[in-house]
Write a protein that binds this ligand. Structure first.
Ligand code: GLN
Length: 484
């Protein structure tokens, strides 16, 4: 194992040669020094974390013993707040915790804090956070990606051992790519969503952001599996992701769909993908020619109908009465005013935009033209992937069409949505995808990470992780960290 594999530290904590308490103290000191500059964390959970670290030192057990975990602030924890980086939930304390939090605690984890995100996970840069954007540690004038930007920053800057994100259309993989770390979105249904604040319920999945493939495998090992509290969680058995990880895939067939190497991409991104294909070829894989995914382009329009439709329904509960910020009424105002004012004050502009789009595409006059149509295209996209996976095991392409962009550079919502072109179809089809550090772009003396994405068949996480590990062990990108 190498230094960027944090599970090695868990091994030492189990053996008693490293102290979880001391490690936590070091991490908290580092966070205090760095967080004002990076704004990765919304809140630290120092007190409960100390108790968890002490119990890790006492028990000396669990796959993740004593490892510090950063939790995206749309995942419910029973300590601290769960804000979704929204004014609507600024003071919200969850009375229960997400299933994955319970499972991770049982594996010895230490929850160090809640991380910043685009409000309600809507965005690709964290600029939609009500608490200010997070900053990319490679260049603080740039965005870290989103929506799980705070988690990716915490991971890249060494402010945690493992981070958790949620991915509805790319929110784990894209910030991982832009910050130079690993991000895994599991198959829809592989991980319980109980306790994840819903955005697009048919698309959402929780997954890890880590500095190595082995750490991602270890986290998935702990959080995957059926949960009686989430009826969409699959009851399929969980593979031995960790045990199988170092077994290279024999006769691996890798497809690089033509559409993934678009001229619209930053050329350095296409170079990274071509070089990754070459790495696989040298490792003995077959590069399958002629794989086509012509519906790649319509993913964005399909996603930006389905996701807002589901969001408009999920966010209806935040009305100032059942949940969330309640506005002050003045004399003569009624219940309708209370709803309208609370929602206008509580939700930021992007969330309001999504609710309006979603309500529109679900309205009786437009349902057939937009929503039903999007569901039909969703099926076609799924079929297209099924056909591709008859000929290859893994699809290789970019995670994001460009490296991290300068903050404020995509103020037009449509240009922001286009960042998601290579990630949304993974969610639309429900398949697993992983982003890996796959290159570096130099720009005016700063280095910016480039991510490559691998996709696989539903529930083929073991194969996906093994293929990812093959690439990782043959390249040096994973070891690179921003200087400071
Ligand atoms: N960027 C996409 C959006 O804004 C994806 C977000 C996500 O995966 N949560 O909807």
């Amino acid at each position: 194992m190498t230094a960027h594999e944090r599970v090695r530290l868990a091994q030492e904590i189990r053996a008693g040669t490293a102290s979880a308490t001391a490690h936590l103290a070091t991490t908290l000191t580092r966070i205090e020094a760095e967080n004002p500059r990076l704004n990765a964390y919304n809140e630290l959970l120092a007190e409960s974390a100390r108790a968890e670290a002490e119990s890790a030192d006492r028990n000396r057990a669990g796959l993740l013993a004593g490892l510090t975990i950063a939790v995206k602030d749309n995942i419910a924890t029973s300590v601290g707040h769960t804000t979704c980086s929204s004014k609507m939930l600024k003071n919200y304390r969850s009375p229960y915790e997400a299933t994955i939090i319970t499972r991770l605690r049982e594996a010895g984890a230490v929850f160090v804090g809640k991380t910043n995100l685009d409000e309600f996970a809507m965005g690709s840069s964290t600029e939609n956070s009500a608490f200010g954007m997070s900053r990319n540690p490679w260049d603080t004038t740039r965005v870290p990606g989103g929506s799980s930007g705070g988690s990716a920053v915490a991971m890249a800057a060494g402010l945690c051992d493992i981070a958790l994100g949620s991915d509805t259309g790319g929110s784990i993989r894209q910030p991982a790519a832009l910050c130079g770390v690993v991000g895994l979105k599991p198959t829809y249904g592989r991980v319980s969503r109980y306790g994840l604040v819903a955005f697009g319920s048919s698309l959402d999945q929780i997954g890890p952001i880590t500095s190595s493939v082995r750490d991602a495998a270890a986290v998935l090992q702990v959080i995957a599996g059926h949960d009686p509290r989430d009826s969409t969680s699959a009851s399929l058995p969980v593979d031995d992701y960790v045990g199988e990880l170092d077994v290279p895939v024999r006769h691996l067939r890798v497809g690089v769909p033509r559409e993934y190497l678009s001229d619209a991409n930053d050329p350095r991104v296409n170079t990274a993908v071509r070089e990754a294909a070459e790495v696989y070829r040298r490792l003995g894989a077959t590069i399958v020619e002629g794989i086509e995914l012509p519906l790649t382009d319509v993913g964005i329009s399909t996603y930006y109908v389905i996701a807002p439709a589901e969001a408009s329904s999920n966010l209806a509960r935040f009305d100032g009465i059942r949940y969330g910020h309640r506005a002050q009424l003045t004399a003569g105002e009624d219940l309708f005013d209370l709803y309208a004012k609370s929602r206008a004050e509580g939700f930021g502009p992007e969330v309001q935009r999504r609710i309006m789009i979603g309500t529109y595409v679900l309205s009786s006059g437009y349902y057939d033209a937009y929503y039903r149509r999007a569901l039909q295209v969703r099926r076609l996209i799924k079929n297209e992937f099924d056909r591709a996976f008859e000929r290859c095991d893994i699809l290789l392409g970019p995670t994001s069409p460009m490296p991290a962009f300068v903050a404020g550079g995509k103020s037009d919502p449509l240009s922001m949505y286009l960042c998601d072109v290579y990630t949304v179809n993974t969610n639309i089809a429900g398949i697993p995808g992983i982003s890996l550090p796959g290159g570096m772009a130099e720009e005016n003396g700063v280095r910016l990470p480039i991510g490559i994405q691998l996709q696989a068949k539903p529930f083929a996480e073991s194969l996906l992780l093994r293929a990812a590990r093959m690439y990782e062990s043959a390249t040096l990108w994973h070891g690179m960290r921003p200087t400071r």
